[in-house]
Design a binder for this molecule. Structure first.
Ligand code: SF4
Length: 67
């Protein structure tokens, strides 16, 4: 599983990080730090939580055999 974030639309609410701090890092200004995150199996539920928490709806879960 991977997570993709449309950083162009990130407004820096930081709710992804609040929901799943182990997965979603923020930069110094409170915006999502990475546009693409490889999700370890034990953090998949955190990825879903973080995606659901984003008020912009810009966090996308990408499933697939190659990630
Ligand atoms: S919750 Fe969404 S808008 Fe807020 S920092 Fe995370 S990705 Fe950006």
């Amino acid at each position: 599983m991977r997570v993709q974030i449309d950083l162009d639309y990130c407004e820096g609410h930081g709710r992804c990080h609040a929901a799943a701090p182990d997965l979603f890092a923020l930069d110094d200004d409170g915006f999502a730090a990475q546009g693409e995150i490889e999700v370890p199996p034990d953090l998949e539920h955190s990825a879903v939580d973080g995606a659901g928490a984003c008020p912009m709806g810009i966090i996308h879960i990408v499933d697939g055999a190659d990630g």
